[in-house]
Design a protein around this ligand. Structure first.
Ligand SMILES: [Zn+2]
Length: 396
Protein backbone atom coordinates (compact mmCIF):
# COMPACT_ATOMS: atom_id res chain seq x y z
CA UNK A 1 0.00 0.00 0.00
CA UNK A 2 1.32 3.43 -0.87
CA UNK A 3 2.20 5.47 2.19
CA UNK A 4 -0.55 7.71 3.43
CA UNK A 5 0.14 11.33 2.65
CA UNK A 6 -0.10 13.47 5.73
CA UNK A 7 -1.42 16.94 5.13
CA UNK A 8 -0.18 19.72 7.35
CA UNK A 9 -2.89 21.82 8.92
CA UNK A 10 -2.63 25.38 7.67
CA UNK A 11 -3.60 27.95 10.29
CA UNK A 12 -4.86 31.13 8.65
CA UNK A 13 -3.41 34.40 9.95
CA UNK A 14 -4.77 37.88 9.52
CA UNK A 15 -3.06 41.26 9.35
CA UNK A 16 -3.71 43.57 12.27
CA UNK A 17 -4.55 46.46 9.98
CA UNK A 18 -7.88 44.98 8.92
CA UNK A 19 -10.86 47.01 9.98
CA UNK A 20 -13.04 45.48 12.65
CA UNK A 21 -16.03 44.97 10.38
CA UNK A 22 -14.01 43.02 7.86
CA UNK A 23 -12.44 40.99 10.66
CA UNK A 24 -15.86 40.12 12.02
CA UNK A 25 -16.99 39.12 8.54
CA UNK A 26 -13.93 36.93 8.16
CA UNK A 27 -14.46 35.31 11.56
CA UNK A 28 -18.05 34.66 10.54
CA UNK A 29 -16.81 32.96 7.37
CA UNK A 30 -14.27 30.94 9.33
CA UNK A 31 -16.99 29.66 11.65
CA UNK A 32 -19.05 28.70 8.65
CA UNK A 33 -16.09 27.00 7.00
CA UNK A 34 -14.91 25.26 10.14
CA UNK A 35 -18.18 23.37 10.34
CA UNK A 36 -17.08 21.68 7.11
CA UNK A 37 -13.61 20.88 8.42
CA UNK A 38 -12.57 17.56 9.85
CA UNK A 39 -12.60 17.72 13.66
CA UNK A 40 -9.23 17.72 15.37
CA UNK A 41 -9.92 14.56 17.34
CA UNK A 42 -12.78 12.09 17.37
CA UNK A 43 -13.60 9.37 19.85
CA UNK A 44 -14.18 6.01 18.20
CA UNK A 45 -15.38 2.65 19.48
CA UNK A 46 -14.88 -0.44 17.41
CA UNK A 47 -13.20 -3.75 16.80
CA UNK A 48 -9.44 -3.67 16.40
CA UNK A 49 -8.31 -5.51 13.29
CA UNK A 50 -4.77 -6.55 12.52
CA UNK A 51 -3.50 -7.58 9.11
CA UNK A 52 -0.19 -9.14 8.46
CA UNK A 53 1.14 -7.84 5.16
CA UNK A 54 4.49 -9.66 5.16
CA UNK A 55 6.47 -6.43 5.06
CA UNK A 56 4.51 -4.42 7.57
CA UNK A 57 1.59 -4.49 9.96
CA UNK A 58 -1.76 -2.93 9.16
CA UNK A 59 -4.01 -1.89 12.03
CA UNK A 60 -7.59 -0.78 11.52
CA UNK A 61 -10.61 -0.10 13.70
CA UNK A 62 -14.06 -1.13 12.46
CA UNK A 63 -16.46 1.30 14.11
CA UNK A 64 -19.32 -0.35 15.98
CA UNK A 65 -22.70 0.46 14.50
CA UNK A 66 -21.51 2.10 11.28
CA UNK A 67 -18.96 -0.48 10.10
CA UNK A 68 -16.69 2.37 8.91
CA UNK A 69 -13.06 1.23 8.75
CA UNK A 70 -10.50 3.62 10.25
CA UNK A 71 -6.81 3.14 9.48
CA UNK A 72 -4.58 3.44 12.52
CA UNK A 73 -0.93 4.48 12.47
CA UNK A 74 0.01 1.41 14.56
CA UNK A 75 -1.06 -0.91 17.33
CA UNK A 76 -2.87 1.06 20.06
CA UNK A 77 -1.46 1.04 23.58
CA UNK A 78 -3.74 1.01 26.62
CA UNK A 79 -3.27 3.41 29.54
CA UNK A 80 -0.61 1.30 31.32
CA UNK A 81 1.21 1.18 27.96
CA UNK A 82 0.48 -2.41 26.95
CA UNK A 83 -0.33 -3.18 23.29
CA UNK A 84 -4.04 -3.79 22.76
CA UNK A 85 -4.52 -7.28 21.29
CA UNK A 86 -6.17 -7.72 17.87
CA UNK A 87 -9.94 -8.38 17.82
CA UNK A 88 -10.46 -6.38 21.05
CA UNK A 89 -13.35 -3.96 21.29
CA UNK A 90 -11.61 -0.70 21.98
CA UNK A 91 -12.42 2.99 22.49
CA UNK A 92 -9.77 5.49 21.39
CA UNK A 93 -9.22 9.06 20.28
CA UNK A 94 -8.32 9.45 16.61
CA UNK A 95 -6.73 12.50 15.03
CA UNK A 96 -8.07 12.28 11.47
CA UNK A 97 -6.12 13.16 8.38
CA UNK A 98 -7.94 16.28 7.06
CA UNK A 99 -7.66 14.89 3.54
CA UNK A 100 -8.94 11.43 4.42
CA UNK A 101 -10.98 11.48 7.65
CA UNK A 102 -10.92 7.67 8.00
CA UNK A 103 -7.12 7.76 8.34
CA UNK A 104 -6.06 8.40 11.92
CA UNK A 105 -2.69 10.11 11.85
CA UNK A 106 -2.46 9.81 15.64
CA UNK A 107 -4.28 7.76 18.26
CA UNK A 108 -4.46 8.17 22.00
CA UNK A 109 -6.39 7.23 25.14
CA UNK A 110 -7.12 3.65 24.03
CA UNK A 111 -9.33 1.74 26.47
CA UNK A 112 -10.19 -1.91 25.95
CA UNK A 113 -13.82 -2.69 26.64
CA UNK A 114 -13.71 -6.32 25.54
CA UNK A 115 -10.64 -8.48 25.08
CA UNK A 116 -10.98 -11.32 22.64
CA UNK A 117 -8.68 -14.29 22.86
CA UNK A 118 -5.96 -13.74 20.28
CA UNK A 119 -5.82 -17.36 19.24
CA UNK A 120 -8.79 -19.41 18.25
CA UNK A 121 -8.43 -23.13 18.72
CA UNK A 122 -9.88 -24.30 15.49
CA UNK A 123 -10.82 -27.74 16.74
CA UNK A 124 -12.50 -30.40 14.71
CA UNK A 125 -14.99 -30.64 11.92
CA UNK A 126 -14.89 -27.07 10.72
CA UNK A 127 -16.32 -26.39 7.29
CA UNK A 128 -15.25 -23.24 5.49
CA UNK A 129 -17.48 -21.71 2.84
CA UNK A 130 -15.16 -19.61 0.72
CA UNK A 131 -16.04 -16.96 -1.84
CA UNK A 132 -13.08 -15.92 -4.00
CA UNK A 133 -13.55 -12.62 -5.83
CA UNK A 134 -11.17 -12.23 -8.78
CA UNK A 135 -10.95 -8.48 -9.13
CA UNK A 136 -10.30 -6.46 -12.28
CA UNK A 137 -10.46 -2.69 -12.78
CA UNK A 138 -12.35 -0.83 -15.47
CA UNK A 139 -10.85 2.39 -16.78
CA UNK A 140 -12.28 5.54 -15.24
CA UNK A 141 -11.38 9.22 -15.11
CA UNK A 142 -9.10 8.40 -12.12
CA UNK A 143 -7.06 5.51 -13.55
CA UNK A 144 -6.73 2.91 -16.24
CA UNK A 145 -8.04 -0.63 -16.64
CA UNK A 146 -6.27 -3.61 -15.05
CA UNK A 147 -7.01 -7.19 -16.02
CA UNK A 148 -7.78 -9.84 -13.44
CA UNK A 149 -6.60 -13.45 -13.18
CA UNK A 150 -8.33 -16.24 -15.06
CA UNK A 151 -11.28 -17.47 -12.95
CA UNK A 152 -10.85 -21.12 -14.02
CA UNK A 153 -7.16 -21.06 -13.11
CA UNK A 154 -7.98 -19.70 -9.65
CA UNK A 155 -10.72 -22.29 -9.14
CA UNK A 156 -8.31 -25.01 -10.19
CA UNK A 157 -5.69 -23.72 -7.74
CA UNK A 158 -8.18 -24.45 -4.95
CA UNK A 159 -10.04 -27.51 -6.19
CA UNK A 160 -7.38 -29.32 -8.26
CA UNK A 161 -6.07 -32.70 -7.05
CA UNK A 162 -3.18 -31.16 -5.14
CA UNK A 163 -4.76 -27.75 -4.71
CA UNK A 164 -5.32 -25.56 -1.67
CA UNK A 165 -8.42 -27.52 -0.53
CA UNK A 166 -6.45 -30.74 -0.51
CA UNK A 167 -3.52 -29.08 1.31
CA UNK A 168 -5.68 -27.69 4.15
CA UNK A 169 -7.55 -30.98 4.44
CA UNK A 170 -4.31 -32.94 4.76
CA UNK A 171 -2.56 -30.53 7.12
CA UNK A 172 -5.58 -30.41 9.44
CA UNK A 173 -6.03 -34.21 9.28
CA UNK A 174 -9.46 -33.64 7.73
CA UNK A 175 -10.61 -31.48 10.64
CA UNK A 176 -10.88 -28.26 8.63
CA UNK A 177 -12.18 -28.47 5.09
CA UNK A 178 -13.68 -26.24 2.47
CA UNK A 179 -17.28 -27.32 2.00
CA UNK A 180 -17.73 -24.83 -0.80
CA UNK A 181 -15.30 -22.79 -2.89
CA UNK A 182 -16.90 -20.40 -5.37
CA UNK A 183 -14.77 -18.21 -7.62
CA UNK A 184 -16.40 -15.21 -9.28
CA UNK A 185 -15.15 -12.39 -11.45
CA UNK A 186 -15.65 -8.89 -10.01
CA UNK A 187 -15.05 -5.86 -12.19
CA UNK A 188 -14.72 -2.50 -10.44
CA UNK A 189 -14.41 1.05 -11.81
CA UNK A 190 -10.85 2.13 -11.01
CA UNK A 191 -10.42 4.65 -8.21
CA UNK A 192 -7.31 6.19 -6.73
CA UNK A 193 -7.61 4.04 -3.60
CA UNK A 194 -8.11 0.83 -5.56
CA UNK A 195 -5.09 1.66 -7.71
CA UNK A 196 -3.03 2.33 -4.57
CA UNK A 197 -3.87 -1.21 -3.37
CA UNK A 198 -6.02 -0.02 -0.47
CA UNK A 199 -7.11 -3.46 0.72
CA UNK A 200 -10.19 -2.23 2.59
CA UNK A 201 -11.43 -0.37 -0.51
CA UNK A 202 -10.82 -3.44 -2.62
CA UNK A 203 -12.76 -5.63 -0.16
CA UNK A 204 -15.64 -3.20 0.27
CA UNK A 205 -16.04 -2.50 -3.45
CA UNK A 206 -15.73 -6.17 -4.42
CA UNK A 207 -18.30 -7.26 -1.82
CA UNK A 208 -20.70 -4.48 -2.86
CA UNK A 209 -20.34 -5.44 -6.51
CA UNK A 210 -20.88 -9.14 -5.75
CA UNK A 211 -23.91 -8.32 -3.59
CA UNK A 212 -25.41 -6.26 -6.43
CA UNK A 213 -24.73 -9.10 -8.84
CA UNK A 214 -25.80 -12.13 -6.77
CA UNK A 215 -27.85 -10.74 -3.87
CA UNK A 216 -27.33 -10.55 -0.09
CA UNK A 217 -28.45 -14.16 0.56
CA UNK A 218 -25.65 -15.41 -1.72
CA UNK A 219 -23.05 -13.33 0.13
CA UNK A 220 -24.20 -14.37 3.59
CA UNK A 221 -23.92 -18.03 2.64
CA UNK A 222 -20.09 -17.69 2.84
CA UNK A 223 -17.90 -17.63 5.92
CA UNK A 224 -14.58 -16.67 4.29
CA UNK A 225 -13.80 -14.01 1.66
CA UNK A 226 -10.75 -13.87 -0.57
CA UNK A 227 -9.78 -11.11 -3.00
CA UNK A 228 -7.44 -11.80 -5.91
CA UNK A 229 -5.91 -8.51 -7.02
CA UNK A 230 -5.66 -7.38 -10.65
CA UNK A 231 -2.29 -7.61 -12.39
CA UNK A 232 0.31 -4.91 -11.95
CA UNK A 233 -0.29 -3.90 -8.33
CA UNK A 234 2.58 -5.75 -6.69
CA UNK A 235 4.76 -2.70 -6.16
CA UNK A 236 1.83 -0.63 -4.87
CA UNK A 237 0.83 -3.41 -2.45
CA UNK A 238 4.27 -4.57 -1.34
CA UNK A 239 2.94 -8.03 -0.43
CA UNK A 240 1.84 -11.21 -2.18
CA UNK A 241 -0.62 -12.28 0.50
CA UNK A 242 -2.44 -10.44 3.24
CA UNK A 243 -4.73 -11.72 5.99
CA UNK A 244 -6.75 -10.55 8.94
CA UNK A 245 -5.22 -11.98 12.06
CA UNK A 246 -7.56 -13.33 13.19
CA UNK A 247 -10.52 -12.88 10.87
CA UNK A 248 -12.26 -14.05 7.74
CA UNK A 249 -10.64 -12.16 4.86
CA UNK A 250 -7.52 -12.75 2.75
CA UNK A 251 -5.98 -10.94 -0.24
CA UNK A 252 -3.51 -12.26 -2.85
CA UNK A 253 -1.61 -11.09 -5.90
CA UNK A 254 -2.54 -13.03 -9.08
CA UNK A 255 0.81 -14.83 -9.49
CA UNK A 256 2.94 -17.79 -8.49
CA UNK A 257 3.93 -16.16 -5.19
CA UNK A 258 0.35 -15.16 -4.36
CA UNK A 259 -2.88 -17.07 -5.00
CA UNK A 260 -1.14 -19.80 -7.01
CA UNK A 261 1.29 -20.60 -4.19
CA UNK A 262 0.03 -23.23 -1.75
CA UNK A 263 2.34 -22.08 1.04
CA UNK A 264 1.16 -18.45 0.78
CA UNK A 265 -2.50 -19.47 0.74
CA UNK A 266 -2.11 -21.80 3.74
CA UNK A 267 -0.17 -19.14 5.65
CA UNK A 268 -2.84 -16.48 5.08
CA UNK A 269 -5.63 -18.95 5.90
CA UNK A 270 -3.91 -19.85 9.18
CA UNK A 271 -3.41 -16.15 10.00
CA UNK A 272 -7.22 -16.02 9.90
CA UNK A 273 -7.13 -18.62 12.69
CA UNK A 274 -4.74 -16.48 14.76
CA UNK A 275 -1.44 -18.16 13.91
CA UNK A 276 1.65 -15.95 13.54
CA UNK A 277 4.80 -16.35 11.45
CA UNK A 278 7.44 -18.97 12.10
CA UNK A 279 10.86 -17.79 13.14
CA UNK A 280 14.29 -19.38 12.97
CA UNK A 281 17.47 -18.11 14.60
CA UNK A 282 15.74 -14.89 15.53
CA UNK A 283 14.52 -14.14 11.98
CA UNK A 284 10.87 -13.97 11.04
CA UNK A 285 9.78 -16.29 8.17
CA UNK A 286 13.01 -18.24 8.27
CA UNK A 287 11.55 -21.54 9.54
CA UNK A 288 11.18 -23.25 6.19
CA UNK A 289 9.72 -26.42 7.68
CA UNK A 290 6.27 -24.80 7.79
CA UNK A 291 4.01 -22.68 5.61
CA UNK A 292 4.07 -20.14 8.46
CA UNK A 293 7.68 -19.51 7.41
CA UNK A 294 8.51 -19.83 3.74
CA UNK A 295 7.85 -23.56 3.36
CA UNK A 296 5.21 -25.30 1.26
CA UNK A 297 4.55 -27.83 4.01
CA UNK A 298 2.16 -28.29 6.92
CA UNK A 299 2.43 -26.42 10.23
CA UNK A 300 5.14 -27.33 12.73
CA UNK A 301 4.40 -29.25 15.93
CA UNK A 302 3.69 -26.23 18.18
CA UNK A 303 1.54 -24.69 15.46
CA UNK A 304 -0.41 -27.95 15.07
CA UNK A 305 -0.93 -28.12 18.81
CA UNK A 306 -1.98 -24.50 18.99
CA UNK A 307 -4.51 -25.02 16.22
CA UNK A 308 -5.87 -28.00 18.14
CA UNK A 309 -5.11 -30.29 15.20
CA UNK A 310 -2.60 -32.63 16.86
CA UNK A 311 -1.75 -33.88 20.32
CA UNK A 312 1.52 -34.79 22.05
CA UNK A 313 2.70 -38.35 22.54
CA UNK A 314 4.26 -37.24 25.81
CA UNK A 315 4.49 -34.11 27.92
CA UNK A 316 7.76 -33.99 29.80
CA UNK A 317 8.50 -31.77 32.76
CA UNK A 318 10.17 -31.93 36.14
CA UNK A 319 7.69 -34.52 37.44
CA UNK A 320 7.36 -36.74 34.34
CA UNK A 321 11.05 -36.61 33.43
CA UNK A 322 13.00 -36.68 36.68
CA UNK A 323 16.77 -36.45 36.51
CA UNK A 324 18.70 -39.63 35.73
CA UNK A 325 15.76 -41.27 33.93
CA UNK A 326 15.86 -42.75 30.49
CA UNK A 327 12.77 -43.00 28.29
CA UNK A 328 12.24 -44.21 24.76
CA UNK A 329 9.51 -42.84 22.52
CA UNK A 330 8.53 -43.88 19.01
CA UNK A 331 7.34 -40.88 17.05
CA UNK A 332 5.28 -41.27 13.87
CA UNK A 333 5.88 -38.74 11.11
CA UNK A 334 3.57 -35.78 11.69
CA UNK A 335 1.87 -36.13 8.29
CA UNK A 336 0.68 -39.67 9.11
CA UNK A 337 -1.40 -39.07 12.22
CA UNK A 338 -2.61 -36.29 14.46
CA UNK A 339 -2.54 -38.53 17.54
CA UNK A 340 0.62 -38.44 19.63
CA UNK A 341 2.86 -37.06 16.89
CA UNK A 342 5.08 -34.79 19.01
CA UNK A 343 6.88 -34.64 22.35
CA UNK A 344 6.30 -31.49 24.33
CA UNK A 345 8.96 -30.57 26.87
CA UNK A 346 8.21 -28.01 29.54
CA UNK A 347 11.53 -27.16 31.21
CA UNK A 348 9.94 -26.15 34.50
CA UNK A 349 13.12 -27.17 36.33
CA UNK A 350 14.66 -23.91 35.12
CA UNK A 351 14.49 -20.78 37.28
CA UNK A 352 11.18 -19.04 36.61
CA UNK A 353 12.73 -16.11 34.77
CA UNK A 354 14.54 -18.47 32.39
CA UNK A 355 11.55 -20.72 31.68
CA UNK A 356 9.96 -18.82 28.84
CA UNK A 357 9.82 -21.40 26.09
CA UNK A 358 8.63 -24.95 25.61
CA UNK A 359 10.38 -27.36 23.29
CA UNK A 360 8.69 -29.62 20.76
CA UNK A 361 10.19 -32.67 19.06
CA UNK A 362 8.52 -34.04 15.94
CA UNK A 363 9.49 -36.32 13.08
CA UNK A 364 8.95 -34.76 9.67
CA UNK A 365 8.87 -36.83 6.51
CA UNK A 366 7.81 -36.15 2.94
CA UNK A 367 4.30 -37.47 2.28
CA UNK A 368 0.63 -36.50 2.59
CA UNK A 369 0.34 -32.79 3.39
CA UNK A 370 4.12 -32.72 3.72
CA UNK A 371 4.79 -34.01 0.19
CA UNK A 372 6.61 -30.75 -0.56
CA UNK A 373 8.60 -30.70 2.68
CA UNK A 374 12.11 -29.55 1.84
CA UNK A 375 14.74 -32.30 1.60
CA UNK A 376 16.71 -30.77 4.46
CA UNK A 377 13.91 -31.69 6.89
CA UNK A 378 12.92 -35.07 5.43
CA UNK A 379 13.30 -37.96 7.88
CA UNK A 380 14.55 -35.72 10.66
CA UNK A 381 13.35 -35.02 14.16
CA UNK A 382 12.86 -31.28 14.23
CA UNK A 383 12.93 -29.35 17.43
CA UNK A 384 10.88 -26.20 17.56
CA UNK A 385 10.57 -23.81 20.45
CA UNK A 386 7.45 -21.86 21.23
CA UNK A 387 6.66 -19.31 23.86
CA UNK A 388 5.48 -20.81 27.14
CA UNK A 389 2.44 -18.57 27.36
CA UNK A 390 0.16 -17.91 24.42
CA UNK A 391 1.54 -14.69 23.09
CA UNK A 392 0.25 -12.05 20.86
CA UNK A 393 2.94 -11.89 18.28
CA UNK A 394 6.21 -13.32 17.11
CA UNK A 395 5.76 -16.52 19.06
CA UNK A 396 7.53 -18.92 16.77
ZN1 LIG B 1 2.03 -13.84 6.79
Amino acid sequence: MAPVLLQQTVVPSFGRHLVAALLLLLIGLMVLCSSELVPKRVSLQGKLNYKDAHVRDIWTLVQLGTGVVYKLPGQPLDSPGYPVPPASIVTLDCTPDPKMPTNCTKISRAEVSRVVAPVARVGTDMKLRLLVMVVSYMASSSCGARAGANVDDVLNAYTGDLGHMNFLHNCSYGQVTYSNVTVISTSLPCTRYLDQCDEESIALNARTSATNQYGPAFMSSYSRFTYVLPYGLLSACGWVGLAELSGTQTWYTPDGDGVFNKGTVLQESLHNFGIYHAWCNGSEYQDNSTAMGLGNSCPSAPELRRLGWASPLAQLDNSTLPTRTFKVFTLPATYITSEGNMIRIQPDWLPKRNYIKNLYLALRMQGGGDRDLLDEFDGKVIHTRSMRDPCKQSCW
